[in-house]
Design a protein around this ligand. Structure first.
Ligand code: PRX
Length: 634
């Protein structure tokens, strides 16, 4: 695969890192990779042997059809097996591995004076209490629970409680609008919603419960109010008097539906028998943007996702006992699901759970936290790196980052300049940068370096993970060999790939499998260089990536044209120095439409709710009766 005398500048792992690594060199990677493709049964069975199975599998490790011309698309892993992922990521460590006293999370709030430590035993008892409360609220196996929470420990408790009782969690990022929340509640028909009264994001206090109430009102207007109970966490920062502005927060309350978390948990038993689930039972739904405008409810199932997130975490971050790992993502995105909750916990890891933002209360916040907890493995997004780069090296020099061993990125292509800065300034030239390419749909890393094995090229996600077989196709679906550029596709499934789009298998097949029968189509462009390295070139559909978050131009266009004064809207991408890309929205008003502040505010509201981010509008041009405005999101 690799030409040793490559003409590109390569970065090689240090002997120190290689000494105790799980995959210590390129030959070991190649050997394991070959085994994973040639003998997937044995390869994945060995991974499965690490876990607890209430009942062994009766079917093979993987069965699938990836070819629409031969019938329905399906993927099944370990059919017939029964297990529970919550048992495997908690009880197994506490009961079988004596890790009860080990720290699962160091929670660090938005403000540096807010922090707490949660051990595996404590996590287990919180999860059990929450699971019992959900059961008491009538939640059963297969029911959906919507979660709209900031990055507080209750978010982890709730998702694992769902997993424990076989309920399907649908987490909605707590920065999303009431419209987006409503749409996702309606799609999943959740009976319970878990939220918080409010949250500070930097300096700003956000009334989450009010957004929730607006969302539920919208559901009622659409005659689709499935939610019967709303469990409300009092945010730790709003519990105390020093949470000052707490008095300013009015929490709207419906005593029929709303229940305070603390009151519900009081007296709830700390033991809860897990629901033993089929390997292919659903674990969660997570919405991701779709190019037709309507978000897609990506569905992952229990066993395959557990094996895959666990193994990728172990190898990509070369996890060892004693590590302190920190992923800065929000659990509202797939990165948080796979690499804050399930992957690290499956390995019995200690993680930092961070609620804040990189530059509050000062621009050295990330570095301060790395020093405070002696973080060894650090995982963030290129957009955060580019933002912090702007402040230079001085903020870093105030802190001791010598604990760091591996640093990683995810979410978008990383430009070589940001890569170098990350490697030199943050990783101090000693830490490999693992540039992990994957998607909500893939469940876990699919193209990624292994830190002690892969010589790195800045900007390349390098090689496939075990069990993953990439190919590059041209527009006609012909496979390109050697040095080439085209559509990135995968020829076969790995255990963690999505199984369907919730209640829309047809859209699943059309979106990912129809264009090139026999392959899973990622929607990304890709180049393979002369050394066999893969370089993601960006989306080749109507999707764009703002700060590592996917959105579709059609989604925003559809929202803007909902406005009665709008004749048409066209949304395009524009490069952005920090965010990678940003949106420009060109909006033509109808003849009768008048450009004024009110229209601008309304358009901002619509744009925000569709793209779930912030939109600034400025007037571009006034041509006769039609006014064109441009908007930038971000
Ligand atoms: O375009 C690719 C980009 O992010 C998309 C997936 O977005 P999402 O499902 O929101 O998941 C993001 C976190 C896994 C991909 O189709 N992307 C993700 N990681 C990389 C990347 N592009 C280049 N390099 C990466 N490392």
């Amino acid at each position: 695969m690799v030409v040793p005398e490559s003409r590109d500048k390569m970065y090689y792992p240090s002997g120190d890192l290689q000494r105790d690594a799980h995959v210590p060199d390129l030959d070991s990677y190649l050997e394991l990779y070959r085994k994973s493709l040639e003998n997937p049964e044995v390869f994945w069975q060995e991974v499965a042997d690490e876990f607890f199975w209430k009942k062994p599998a009766t079917g093979p490790m993987l069965q699938y059809n990836f070819d629409v011309t031969k019938g329905n698309i399906y993927v099944k892993c370990m059919e017939g097996a029964k297990t529970n992922i919550c048992y495997n990521v908690l009880d197994r460590h506490v009961r079988e591995r004596s890790l009860g006293e080990k720290v699962a999370y160091y929670w660090e709030g938005n403000s540096p004076d807010q922090h707490m430590t949660i051990t595996y035993s404590q996590l287990l008892s919180h999860v059990c209490r929450c699971a019992n409360v959900l059961r008491q609220m009538g939640v059963k196996k297969g029911d959906r629970v919507s979660i709209y929470l900031p990055m507080i420990p209750e978010l982890v408790y709730t998702m694992l409680a769902c997993a424990r009782i076989g309920a399907v969690h649908s987490i909605v990022f707590a920065g999303f609008s009431s419209e987006s929340l409503c749409e996702r509640i309606i799609d999943t028909q959740s009976s319970v919603l878990v939220t918080a009264d409010g949250v500070y994001r930097g300096e700003k206090l956000i009334n989450l419960k009010q957004i929730v109430d607006e969302a539920l009102e919208k559901c009622r207007e659409k005659a689709s109010s499935s939610v019967t109970k709303c469990l409300v966490v009092k945010h730790p920062a709003l519990r105390t008097k020093s949470g000052a502005a707490c008095n300013k927060l009015q929490t709207p309350w419906d005593s029929e539906c709303d229940v305070w978390w603390d009151e519900a948990m009081r007296g709830s038993p700390e033991e809860c028998e897990p629901e033993w689930l089929d390997a292919e039972d659903p674990l969660f739904i997570l919405y991701t943007s779709g190019s037709t405008g309507k978000p897609k409810g990506v569905l992952h199932t229990v066993a395959g996702y557990m094996l895959y997130t666990s193994l990728t975490f172990k190898y990509v971050f070369d996890h060892h006992h004693g590590d302190v790992y920190w992923c800065t993502a929000d659990i509202g995105w797939i990165t948080g699901h796979s690499y804050i909750t399930y992957g690290p916990l499956a390995n019995g890891a200690t993680s930092v759970l961070f609620e804040g933002v990189p530059v509050h209360p000062h621009v050295g916040r990330f570095w301060e936290i790395i020093e405070k907890y002696k973080v060894t493995k650090f995982y963030t997004a290129p957009t955060a790196i580019r933002l912090l780069m702007k402040y230079g090296r001085e903020p870093l020099q105030k802190y001791d980052l010598s604990s760091l061993r591996i640093v990683g990125t995810v979410g978008e292509p990383i430009n070589p300049e940001a890569w170098q800065w990350y490697h030199e300034a943050v990783g101090q030239g000693r830490c490999p940068v693992v540039d992990t390419f994957w998607q909500t749909e893939t469940g876990g890393h699919v193209l990624t370096p292994l830190p002690a094995a892969t010589p790195l090229k800045p900007g390349s996600a390098t090689f496939p993970f075990f069990g993953v077989e990439p190919a590059i196709l041209n527009e006609h679906g012909e496979e390109l060999e050697g040095e080439a550029e085209g559509y990135l596709v995968f020829r076969r499934p790995w255990p963690g790939i999505m199984r369907t789009l919730y209640e829309n298998h047809e859209r699943f097949e059309n979106t990912y499998f129809k264009k090139f029968p026999g392959f899973y189509v990622t929607g990304d462009g890709c180049r393979r260089d002369r050394d066999g390295y893969y370089w993601i070139t960006g989306r080749i559909d109507d999707m764009l990536n703002v700060s590592g978050h996917l959105m579709s131009t059609a989604e925003v266009e559809a929202a803007l044209t909902e406005h009665p004064a709008v004749a048409e809207a066209a949304v395009v991408s524009r490069p952005h120095e920090v965010k990678g890309e940003c949106l420009y929205c060109f909006v033509s008003l109808k003849d009768c439409g008048e450009f004024n502040r009110a229209v601008v505010e309304e358009l901002k509201g619509l744009g925000q709710s569709s793209a779930s981010c912030w939109i600034h509008v400025r007037r571009r041009k006034d041509a006769a009766a039609t006014i064109i405005i441009s908007a930038q999101i971000g």
